[in-house]
Design a protein. Sequence first.
Length: 296
Amino acid sequence: MNRKPDKALQWQSKAILLIVAPWCAVSVLLQSRWWFQQVPVVAWTTLGISGIFALIVWRLRAGTLGAAATGAAITASLMFSTTRFPYQYSWLHGGLPPLLTVFLLTFVATKIGKAKKEQLGTGEDRRGRDAAQVAANLGIAALAASLAMILGATGIGITPNLGIIAVITALAEAAADTVSSEIGQVFGGQPRIVTTLRRVEPGTDGGVTLAGTVAGVAAAAIVAVVGIWVLAEDWTLCAFCIAGAVMGLFFDSLLGATAERRGWLNNDAVNFLSTLSAPIFAILVLIGWFSLFARR
């Protein structure tokens, strides 16, 4: 779910933005310089697509100008970090397609039943998301991609598959969270709090519905399929990405029902932590799975 943060907790939103935006900006600057020296077309393509994407987001009022700029930095960082070298594949074989899939799914979901959401008082701001909301939802994917690239280049023990799982799972959870919330408000009826299953009012932190949950799982699966298709083509990893995203989705609801309702976390912090938890869950399940079969 994406709402304007409580004023008393806005420092959490600012902290998330300060974590994500400088990292992505520095990543884009350094990688742009390297690609301009090695294969200029990669730099021009990445920067051009990121800029056009930001302009479209802003013109569609899906985000503020700050959100569009933050999204452009995240997009460019993600594209650079997932570019295959030598550049024998098109830009479609990178982090852009799953990111675009997240945008399309969430954009459509926010438009469905818009009148009802406004009546309930849970509709998205008319200006769209702000920079902190974009960083909270998409920042982990960009951080994971660039970190995996750095660790892989330095020879520290990380396999490409773990980096791919982290990126795809974080994006899948971000899509699942927004889609489940938006669809649940329209078609889910009265939600139940995830901790006690007691009925609560629509828009209550930690409230879930069957329709919203099913829609969220479907969104996670779509993003995971697209991500595996363009980044790995190893379909055995898809199930782990979906599982991690679904676990992250329920973790988001759990945080909403506990920490957010008690005023400890705002919505941006909940989203950031849930997208962080999703790849951690996925990688732990993957390690556990292979450890189990290794013993046999």
